[in-house]
Ligand binder design. Structure first.
Ligand code: AR6
Length: 169
């Protein structure tokens, strides 16, 4: 079974085998945690993302999928980029958010990562209410069949931290 831990802080400072990036389909960077990871990790990450766009992901990384690159200068070995869904009140996109977590763990297994740090995917620019995102993230990780030993949710703000903490009680 995966051990789940919570940390309040900046994911770019986490030592882990892999850190997950809440990216967008372009894989070419953005704001929020994506911007922070590229800034702290340096240009090697973007270079690998561009190579992925030029090869396997010519049309971008689809929502709900994940792919690994180097972590550059971050204190991690890999970045696993995943694309969360934009929150919608009209359409239930929960399965796509669950898929981000499942696929990130599948990629972690492929590269042999045993400790994986996740941000609260989709809860920033993409507008997902943190309480609901925490439910989906925790349920999906608990149900996953994976060799990952530790999933660390790294929550930047107090509301997200509280939402995840309540789910783990
Ligand atoms: N460490 C940990 N969590 C962080 C950090 C950090 N350094 N910075 C922000 N967060 P967001 P999304 C939290 O917007 O909603 C980007 O432009 C933040 O408080 O980063 O999936 C991408 O390129 C929030 O709780 O990701 C996409 O276009 C959580 O990370 C789009 O945003 C996710 O917020 C993706 O939107």
């Amino acid at each position: 079974m995966v051990t789940i831990r919570l940390v309040q802080g900046d994911i770019t400072e986490q030592s882990a085998d892999a850190v997950v990036n809440a990216a967008n389909s372009s894989l070419l960077g953005g704001g929020g945690v994506d911007g922070a990871i590229h800034r702290a990790g340096g240009p090697e990450i973007l270079a690998e993302c561009r190579a992925l766009r030029a090869s396997r992901y010519g049309r971008g990384l689809p929502v709900g999928q994940a792919v690994a690159t180097t972590a550059g200068r971050l204190p991690a070995r890999w970045v696993i980029h995943t694309v969360g869904p934009v929150f919608s009140r009209e359409e239930d996109r929960s399965e796509l958010l669950a898929s981000c977590h499942r696929e990130s763990l599948r990629i972690a297994d492929e590269i042999g990562a045993r400790t994986v740090a996740f941000p609260a995917v989709s809860t920033g620019v993409y507008g997902w209410p943190p309480e609901d995102a925490a439910r989906i993230a925790v349920e999906t990780v608990r149900a996953a069949r994976t060799s990952v030993e530790e999933v660390r949710f790294v929550l930047f703000d107090e509301r997200a931290y509280r939402a995840f903490a309540e789910r783990l009680d």
